[in-house]
Ligand binder design. Structure first.
Ligand SMILES: Nc1ncnc2c1ncn2[C@@H]1O[C@H](COS(=O)(=O)NC(=O)[C@@H](N)CO)[C@@H](O)[C@H]1O
Ligand SMILES: [Zn+2]
Length: 501
């Protein structure tokens, strides 16, 4: 990897008066200024420098240590001091050429990258040459470093063939016969348990399917949350960009967010023309409305746990408060899912119980283990499911568009999956929930510290109620007489169904 920078420092007057001082700085730089922080001999190098009547021209090269833009800032600081003594000021930096060369087996697919003027792939030398379009501000703000990281991620994604999901079987329950093999959503519609909402991937749950959701929720409360001491919180459901910047979601969830825009003003007079248009035409003037709403402030709840970190952000948590175990079930999550008509197993608006636990690495690993044990009890002894667990790409990496698995063998996501008999013997299994150890990602992302100074870790688990319902009914059918006794007794009486004529 090689960085190259050709630039000049603009001076308020002819720098000739300080030539000797500049010469000394340049001569000592490679063993001093530009070597600091780099392994021996791997600092930045000065390829050339010269003075003219109001500029100091500099050419720099570097490897990945003391990169040329950092090297320039160091030189600029020291030259400014020297020029200052001659009452000459440095008036900024002009970049003539900034290139980064990295070795690469193949070209980049998408070459439009912010602040990148051109991308050239040399097939023979197997190198990728990037020409950047950056100024002093971008160099100070480490934009070249982020561009390099982005390129390395893209090249790696290319190797994985985009999003190759990682999947390793951990455990599978006993096989069991399935007496019911129809699509539960179809039968729920026929029986009037639910109806499609008017929104894409949206459902209206009648009393029966709602009671199913609430029974699953009650099982989670009675079998997990109360016994393990989880306290309920209410996480915000409209998520601001700032949260997703800290959680990492701002790197990759744009294709699936339901965006939220505020009105430009709440003054009714401003909206009168919209109201009049509707009253006269009975049509909502969407084009007109688009001119009257502000920029998106964020989006509807997507991963459910990120907004809870606003509660801990910037704090130091006392040792005796750890481990923290909380959950949220205060509202819906929204994802602009893939097209096509799905049953309730894949919806745009869904209901999830999100568990979050925070502590030292040991506490988080122990809490996670206890959770897996409780889920094992629920799925085997109460819901009597056929199901399995698999170690997969951590959910937070997948949501940042990164494939592969986490660095250490502890951080990662366990997907809970079940077969849906109506999909047939080789049908795709459905992920009905997951449990993740998220490592230090969120405490670091939100700057949350522990009184003892140990690195905080966290975990989370998303219980999808549509997914539990789809799985449970797909395997047991809609007739309560065929439901496992342990579930049936918790469900109780079937609610009165609204009859449509
Ligand atoms: N489109 C969807 N429809 C129904 N349920 C969904 C949908 N997307 C996710 N879920 C539910 O939410 C669970 C967790 O979603 S996840 O993206 O895998 N993981 C996260 O977002 C983590 N924050 C844990 O919730 C899934 O296992 C599933 O049960
Ligand atoms: Zn989560």
């Amino acid at each position: 990897m090689e960085f190259y920078l050709k630039c000049s420092l603009k001076t308020s007057a002819n720098p000739a008066a300080a030539k000797a001082a500049v010469e000394t700085i340049m001569n000592q730089a490679e063993t001093g200024l530009l070597a600091k922080g780099a392994p021996a001999g791997e600092g930045a190098k000065i390829k050339s420098w010269s003075l003219d009547d109001n500029r100091i021209h500099i050419e720099l090269t570097s490897g990945k240590h003391v990169r040329v833009h950092d090297a320039l800032m160091r030189l600029k600081k020291s030259i400014s001091e020297a020029l200052g003594k001659e009452k000459i000021g440095v008036r900024g930096v002009e970049v003539e050429k900034f290139t980064i060369v990295v070795s690469s087996a193949h070209d980049l697919k998408n070459k439009t990258i912010p602040y990148v003027k051109s991308v050239f792939f040399d097939e023979i030398q197997k190198i990728l040459c990037l020409e950047l379009d950056v100024g002093e501000a971008e160099m100070k703000n480490q934009v070249p470093d982020r561009i390099l990281t982005l390129i390395e991620d893209k090249l790696e994604q290319g190797d994985y063939g985009a999003k190759a999901e990682h999947w390793n079987l951990l455990w599978e329950s006993e096989d069991r016969p399935f007496s019911y093999t129809a699509d539960p959503t179809e039968d729920m519609l026929k029986l009037g348990w639910l109806k499609r909402g008017s929104g894409r991937g949206q459902w209206i749950h009648g009393p029966v399917s709602t009671k199913l959701f609430r029974t699953f929720e009650k099982i989670v409360v009675d079998e997990i949350l109360n016994p393990l001491g989880y306290n309920e919180m209410i996480f915000p459901k409209m998520v601001m960009w700032d949260i997703w910047k800290h959680s990492g979601h701002a790197k990759g969830i744009y294709p699936e967010i339901y965006y939220v825009c505020p009105p430009k003003t709440r003054d009714p007079a401003y909206w009168e023309d919209v109201m009049d248009y509707y009253k006269v035409t009975k049509e909502v003037p969407v084009e007109l409305i688009k001119t009257k709403i502000g920029d998106p402030i964020g989006g509807m709840c997507y991963a459910q746990c990120p907004p809870c970190w606003g509660f801990f952000q910037g704090e130091t948590i006392s040792k005796d408060s750890l481990p923290i175990a909380v959950f949220d079930r205060s509202g819906t999550s929204h994802r602009y899912e893939s097209g096509g008509i799905h049953g309730i197993e894949r919806v745009d608006e869904f209901h999830r119980i999100e568990l979050v636990w925070i502590g030292t690495k040991e506490q988080v690993v122990e809490t996670t283990q206890k959770l897996h044990e409780r889920y094992m009890h629920i799925f085997n002894d109460i819901l009597d499911l056929k199901w399995r667990k698999a170690w997969v790409t951590p959910w937070f990496m997948a949501q940042e568009g990164i494939a592969g698995i986490a660095a250490d063998e502890v951080t990662g996501t366990t997907d809970y999956e079940a077969p849906l008999p109506y999909r047939g013997k080789d049908g795709e299994w459905l992920e009905f929930q997951n449990v993740s150890i998220n490592g230090d990602k969120y405490p670091s992302g939100f700057n949350v510290k522990c009184q003892t100074g140990e690195q905080l870790w966290s975990g989370c688990s998303g219980v999808g109620l549509e997914r539990w319902t789809a799985t449970f009914l797909a395997q047991h059918g809609l007739d309560p007489d065929n439901w496992p006794a342990e579930f049936k007794k918790r469900f109780g009486e079937m609610p009165k169904i609204v009859k449509f004529l």
